[in-house]
Design a protein. Structure first.
Length: 264
């Protein structure tokens, strides 16, 4: 059995009203869709170049127990739209970007305990390796390095646990695929039509997943006791052992961000 782990990022204005509405939305996801694991928290910049992090940005992780995701659910998109509309009315920290983005990953049930360790740790790091199209994916040594750069973390102080996978829904959008919950003017765009399209196109959407042998955007869910533990690790030979082998194939926006999650 497998689960879909979805990382959703969006601007959530820091008001009591939007916090209440977001809580109601998480409750609905849990009750209506049988979702048992949800995590949410504000993104934290790492201070290093790489994946862009916006101000006032919420990171919401949902473990879907069945074949679903936010992008395929018109009802949830309509509810999330209300939170992003509040952002458009009040303005955002960057002044322009209100997109809701999604990264979607598939994990075996046996991998979920590792994911939960990362998400429930004091500090969760999402490390993105955005590979170039010419990376040697079929090379056994390359595949070993991609996995070993994760397993080596277990030999360092302060690492809690985690796992990793290639994104199902993009090969190069490190911030995630934009979920069309609002149009360019900040207004909702045709919920009824969206619901019909979702019903008719769900099979096509699933068939539209990136084929396994073409996936090249990897995300590592990594749990740490402190940010200092992670930074100390990046200064060790063990950290660089595999990174030096992989880095010739790093595309732009390879990087990371942190989140201190709460469990719903």
């Amino acid at each position: 059995m497998t689960i879909l782990s979805e990382i959703i990022r969006f601007i959530l204005p820091p008001t009591k009203a939007t916090a209440t509405e977001f809580h109601k939305l998480r409750q609905h996801v849990a009750q209506a869709y049988g979702v048992r694991d949800q995590y949410f928290g504000s993104t934290i910049r790492t201070g290093a170049p790489g994946v862009r992090v916006r101000g006032d940005e919420m990171c919401w992780v949902i473990h879907w127990p069945q074949d679903s995701s936010l992008a395929e659910n018109a009802e949830l998109k309509a509810q999330l739209k209300q939170l992003t509309l509040a952002s458009s009315e009040g303005g955002t920290t960057d002044g322009k970007n209100r997109d809701v983005t999604s990264l979607l990953f598939q994990f075996e049930d046996s991998q979920v305990p590792g994911l939960k360790k990362a998400l429930e740790s004091p500090l969760c790091e999402f490390a993105i390796i955005n590979l170039t199209p010419n990376h040697p994916r079929g090379d056994a040594a390359f595949a070993t390095s991609m996995h070993k750069t994760f397993t080596d973390c277990y030999y360092t102080k302060g690492f809690v646990g985690g796992n990793w996978a290639y994104a199902l829904n993009t090969v190069d959008k490190t911030e995630g695929v934009v979920v069309p919950v609002i149009d360019d003017l900040g207004h909702g765009g045709g919920d009824a039509a969206s619901a019909t399209a979702t019903s008719q196109d769900k099979t096509a959407q699933r068939k539209g997943e990136i084929p396994q042998d073409e996936r090249r955007l990897a995300c590592y869910y990594l749990g740490w006791e402190t940010v200092e533990d992670h930074r100390a690790y990046t200064k060790t030979p063990l950290f660089w052992e595999e990174i030096d082998k992989l880095s010739p194939y790093f595309a732009p926006e390879t990087g990371a961000w942190y989140v201190k999650f709460e469990k719903h």
